[in-house]
Design a protein around this ligand. Structure first.
Ligand SMILES: CC(C)(COP(=O)(O)OP(=O)(O)OC[C@H]1O[C@@H](n2cnc3c(N)ncnc32)[C@H](O)[C@@H]1OP(=O)(O)O)[C@@H](O)C(=O)NCCC(=O)NCCS
Length: 186
């Protein structure tokens, strides 16, 4: 996929991932990660893993076909939600699409009564760490040499005590998230 930059008439919709999204999702994955997931991994998450939920961000524009511009995958494991992956097409970054994807995931995590969410992020990935901090995630640990391609450490980021108050904050302060204010949600 060759996602073009956003235009003013465009709208972003977040919806569940479907099988037909996979070519665009795989292309975003390939352009976003040094160790992209193989197609089989997405197929497993989409069609076979009952603990997995997947969403895409779709750019909708009058007169143009909808275009997948980002995705997020969340695993629901015992009592913890795990952000397995999130990515936005390189041409479309910096426009709040990841915030919309993560907000959708956080709403679902809380509506499923999960109070803890966690993830791993490369120590050098400041863009992603800033995104997670914006939603209240904090660094709680480190996995040394976690990433096989360059032996980079993973930081473990977690948010605990997720509840309807957090959801209220997310809903009431959505304008702040989308306009970039950085107040602590807790
Ligand atoms: C991380 C990623 C998903 C962010 O997507 P995005 O749509 O550009 O993010 P948004 O525009 O919603 O920005 C959300 C916040 O993230 C942070 N952020 C995003 N890009 C950033 C950058 N280049 N530098 C620093 N912080 C950044 C900011 O806090 C930003 O909020 P602000 O705009 O109010 O300052 C995107 O850069 C990406 O796909 N990266 C490659 C894949 C990846 O690293 N995924 C995370 C794996 S753990």
């Amino acid at each position: 996929m060759n996602a073009v930059p956003a235009t003013t008439s465009e709208r972003i919709a977040i919806r569940s991932m479907r099988g037909e999204d996979l070519p665009q999702v795989l292309e975003i994955d390939r352009q976003s990660f040094s160790m992209p997931w193989p197609a089989s991994a997405y197929e497993y998450e989409l069609h076979e893993n009952p603990a997995s939920m997947l969403w895409v961000a779709e750019a909708l524009e009058p007169q143009a076909s909808p275009c997948v511009v980002g995705m997020i995958v969340v695993w629901f494991i015992v009592d913890e939600a795990h952000i397995a992956t999130i990515a936005v097409h390189p041409n479309r970054r910096g426009g709040g699409i990841a915030k919309q994807l993560l907000a959708t995931a956080m709403e679902k995590i809380i509506s499923r009564d999960f109070s803890i969410a966690t993830l791993e992020v490369r120590a050098s990935n400041m863009a992603a760490q800033n995104l997670y901090r914006l939603f209240g995630y904090q660094i709680v640990g480190q996995r040394p040499r976690y990433y096989r391609d360059n032996q980079e450490d993973a930081l473990i980021m977690t948010i605990q005590g997720l509840d309807h108050a957090y959801l209220d904050w997310l809903e009431k302060r959505a304008w702040e998230i989308s306009s970039g204010e950085k107040n602590d949600p807790r």
